[in-house]
Design a protein around this ligand. Structure first.
Ligand code: NDP
Ligand code: GDR
Length: 371
């Protein structure tokens, strides 16, 4: 039985990857951080009681900032495959906490690679590094492919650039099977609530149900190549099943704006919006309502406004990936479109919003966490 070790197992990708590997028959080990509240919601459905014999899903306490902990876990597990998905992954937050982001995202990667080397696992353990389209930042070429030069635009992207190159360096220096998946944005109902797609689908669902009145966003002109996390974790595994380690761009090859994602999300609950005004004065107003999912709003309501606090000190305006290499060499193509993904996310958030609305209607207090 193959063994995989996943850092960031409690995150969006980690949870889908753990499911995927368990279905493939792997023994899956994940590293979770100690938190004051349970932080395992995304993997609770695959969690196996530690008292069960032959459990195939095991969690270890750890942190990418803690070398001795990583070495101990790596020695205990001796994994065939390591998927380094753990990171302070929020670009805007990286401007607030640049040093921590560098420690975890850049040096955390080095610590894992050193653990492999220190334990003499160079020939046994394959290593996947969660690299990112943010490396392209101020884009030098459209669309972006494996050979496009990098120009990172945030402390997060700069830290990930170190991680990218240290993975390449350990491959070249020590023969470790290490590869980078340069993944463009990918989302799902498990996406963290402060990334823009989930912030939008959740707010639109809450607004439709009368739980919130307005969604505040930053740069709505930003263009992203959005795919579904399920498609992207399949590719993470495929990259480690080759004879030789290589780096791949993973993307859909299509891009839409944040504004378009708002429009699409609203349509999924029957709300038709019109955008007017420019820059920080831009708003979205309801012009029509179809169906009965949007009982909490009326035509004429303003449901989106701009709040400059969500602007970043340096913005990545446009990202569009060219996944030709992944298609030709690995036969990977994304199966879920951005429209299907948006519909799935909205439906998920709408069902939660309906539950909350029902509780509220019956006099229970409902609080909705917001950034
Ligand atoms: P999430 O933010 O959903 O998950 C990040 C994971 O990392 C969580 O499990 C988190 O733990 C964990 N983590 C954070 N800090 C530490 C630390 N100090 N030590 C150990 N673990 C830590 O990210 P995604 O699942 O969306 O992304 C997975 C990886 O892919 C990340 O590295 C991200 O940067 C990268 N990436 C993501 C893309 C995307 O569009 N989703 C695109 C390209 C790259 P906790 O749950 O406790 O917070
Ligand atoms: P990104 O994702 O920065 O691309 O990083 P995010 O969803 O945070 O932003 C996408 C774009 O939307 C704009 N935006 C807003 N973003 C947020 N979060 N909140 C807002 O209110 C808002 N308004 C507009 C942003 O400015 C940006 O242009 C994600 C992360 O998953 C990274 O870890 C990963 O490496 C990259 O995708 C690829």
């Amino acid at each position: 039985m193959k063994k995989a070790l996943i850092t960031g197992v409690t995150g969006q990708d980690g949870s889908y990857l753990a499911e995927f590997l368990l279905e493939k028959g792997y023994e899956v080990h994940g590293i979770k951080r100690r938190a004051s509240l349970f932080n395992t919601q995304r993997v609770d459905h695959i969690y196996e009681d530690v008292h069960i014999e032959n459990a195939r899903f095991k969690l270890h306490y750890g942190d990418l900032s803690d070398s001795s902990n990583l070495i101990r876990i790596m020695r205990e597990v001796e994994p065939d495959e390591v998927y380094n998905l753990g990171a302070q992954s929020h670009v805007a937050v990286s401007f607030e906490a640049p040093e921590y982001t560098a420690d975890v995202d850049a040096l955390g990667t080095l610590r894992l690679l050193e653990a492999i080397r220190f334990l003499g696992l160079e020939k046994k353990t394959k290593f996947y590094q969660a690299s990112t389209s943010e490396l392209y930042g101020e884009v030098q070429e459209i669309p972006q492919k494996e050979t496009t030069p990098f120009h990172p635009r945030s402390p997060y992207a700069v830290a990930k650039m170190y991680a990218y190159w240290i993975a390449v360096n350990y491959r070249e220096s020590y023969g470790i099977y290490a590869c980078n998946g340069i993944l463009f944005n990918h989302e799902s109902p498990r996406r963290g609530e402060t990334f823009v797609t989930r912030k939008i689908t959740r707010a639109i669902a809450n607004i439709a149900q009368g739980l919130e009145s307005c969604l505040y966003l930053g740069n709505m002109d930003a263009l992203r190549d959005w795919g579904h996390a399920k498609d992207y974790v399949r590719m993470q595994w495929m990259m480690l099943q080759q004879d030789k380690p290589e780096d791949f761009v993973i993307a859909t090859g299509k891009q839409i704006s944040v504004r378009e994602f708002v429009r699409m999300s609203a349509e999924n609950v029957g709300i038709i919006v019109e955008f007017t005004g420019e820059g920080i004065n831009e708003i979205a107003t309801i012009t029509a309502i179809n169906g009965d999912d949007a009982e909490g709003v009326q035509v004429g309501d303003i449901i989106v406004k701009v709040d400059p606090r969500y602007f970043r000190p340096a913005e990545v305006e446009t990202l569009l990936g060219d996944p030709t290499k992944a298609k030709e060499k690995l036969g990977w193509v994304p199966e879920i479109t951005v429209e299907e993904m948006c519909a799935e996310m909205v439906q998920y958030d709408l069902s939660k919003a309906k539950q909350h609305a029902l509780l509220k209607k019956h006099g229970y207090s409902v609080s909705v966490a917001k950034e």
